[in-house]
Design a protein around this ligand. Structure first.
Ligand SMILES: [Mg+2]
Length: 231
C-alpha cells in the first residue's frame, strides 16, 4: 500500500506531463521532397516550406498567390481536384511570370477538404500535389528554395486539440496564414505596398466569393486578379 502510494504521480506532475506532450504532439514535420518539408501545427495549418533557409537573408517584399483558380486549375475540368495529378497551370502565362520573380513566392490557399492529420488521405493527396507543382516549377528553372506554401485545412470531426478558434483565423479572408508567414523568418521590415496578392475570389459577378480580395485588404497588401496579373 505504501509502495503504491509512493509510486503515484502527483497531480501537478501529471498536468506538466500533459502540457509537455501537447506542445510536442501538435507539431508534425514530414519530409516532402529534396527541397521541402511539410509542417502542420495542431491540425489548423499546413506549411510546405523550403528545408534549407539558412543562407537566405529575409526579404522586405514578396509576391503571393492563391492556388486553385489562380496558379492552377483542374486537368479534369471538375471544380474540385480528383487527385494529386489532377492539376495544370491556369494558363501559359503563369510559368513565365513565376520565372521572372526574384522575391519569395508565397501561396496562401484555403483547403476546406483537407484534414491535417498525419494519416489522412486528404493531407497526403494535397501535399503530393504540392510536390508535383514544386517539381514542375523546379523543372522550369524557378528557384523553389524561395517558395512557401500555407494552407488552411478544415477541422476534423474527431479534432481533440485545444485550438478550435485557430481554424477560423487561418481561413481567408482572415489573416492567420499571413501572420504565420511574418513569423517564419521569410520577411523582415515588410514594405507592404510593394507586395502583391493575386487571387481569383474577387467578388466579381461570376466569382464564388470575394475572400481573396478581402484577404489582401485585411493584410493591407495590394490585390490583383489572375487576369490583371498574368498578362
Ligand atoms: Mg481560388
Amino acid at each position: 500500500m505504501i509502495g503504491k502510494q509512493s509510486s503515484r504521480v502527483k497531480p501537478q506532475e501529471k498536468i506538466a506531463a500533459r502540457v509537455a506532450s501537447a506542445v510536442t504532439a501538435n507539431l508534425l514535420s514530414l519530409s516532402l521532397s529534396e527541397t521541402h518539408k511539410t509542417i502542420t501545427i495542431d491540425e489548423y495549418i499546413v506549411k510546405i516550406h523550403p528545408i534549407s533557409t539558412q543562407s537566405r537573408t529575409p526579404s522586405r517584399k514578396f509576391v503571393a498567390f492563391d492556388l486553385d483558380g489562380t496558379l492552377i486549375t483542374t486537368k479534369s475540368g471538375h471544380t474540385f481536384s480528383r487527385g494529386p495529378n489532377d492539376w495544370t497551370w491556369l494558363n501559359d502565362k503563369v510559368v513565365p511570370s513565376l520565372q521572372s520573380i526574384t522575391l519569395p513566392i508565397v501561396i496562401f490557399t484555403n483547403q476546406g477538404a483537407v484534414i491535417a492529420q498525419k494519416t489522412s488521405k486528404s493531407l497526403s493527396n494535397f501535399t503530393k500535389k504540392c510536390k508535383l507543382i514544386l517539381d514542375a516549377m523546379k523543372e522550369a528553372g524557378i528557384d523553389v528554395s524561395n517558395v512557401w506554401i500555407y494552407a488552411s485545412p478544415k477541422m476534423g470531426k474527431t479534432y481533440k486539440g485545444k485550438n478550435e478558434a485557430e481554424f477560423t483565423k487561418m481561413r481567408k479572408p482572415e489573416i492567420g496564414m499571413f501572420e504565420h508567414l511574418l513569423k517564419d523568418g521569410v520577411l523582415e521590415d515588410v514594405i507592404k505596398e510593394e507586395c502583391v496578392y493575386v487571387g481569383d475570389a474577387a467578388g466579381r459577378a461570376t466569382d464564388f466569393s470575394d475572400s481573396d480580395k478581402k484577404f489582401a485588404q485585411n493584410c493591407d497588401i495590394p490585390f490583383k486578379t489572375p487576369e490583371e496579373y498574368f498578362v
